[in-house]
Design a protein around this ligand. Sequence first.
Ligand SMILES: [Fe+2]
Length: 192
Amino acid sequence: MNDSLNKIYRVDDLFNVEDLQIINESIKSIYEKHQYDIELGRLKLELNNLPMSIERKIEAVAESFEGKVFKTGSITYVEYSNKYGQPNLPTHFDGDQNNMVFDYQLESNTSWDLGINTELYQLKDNSCVIFNANENVHWRPNKDFKDGEYIKMIFFRIYDVDNRPNYLYLDYPIDDPIFKEINNLRDSMGKK
Ligand SMILES: [Fe+2]
């Protein structure tokens, strides 16, 4: 086991004004390619047109924390809103081939904490929580989004270039007993 697996980092003010302009323009230019995750209440867009400078910035932040060389695996933009179904993020592992995810909040007009294991983490615009989404279960509290409420996120997923992990076996169904304890905690919180 690697020491860093369960470390959880927060970074505020991740991007500067120029970066944010580039990111917003990149989203806009391919927005028509979006799809929907109806059961999660979100619109989804593979953000594969960001310049390398943005990817490098993310990789460098992770490298400064972990002392390893990282490469970007995927970048996904999502918008949670009741326009796309009722937003819901049940307890899960990502089950992919990445070491860390930057759960980055781009813009919002409501709040919705991120649960990692048994703890809640508050997100703010232009801030992120960075963690291993395969070694740590994660979820969001139950919440009824009101009409007009939205949260725009970007998930930057990165992997160790010298030792890319394989967590595909963690792709458990959401009703698997492995999630029972955390789901009980989640349900005991009621609606946020
Ligand atoms: Fe996830």
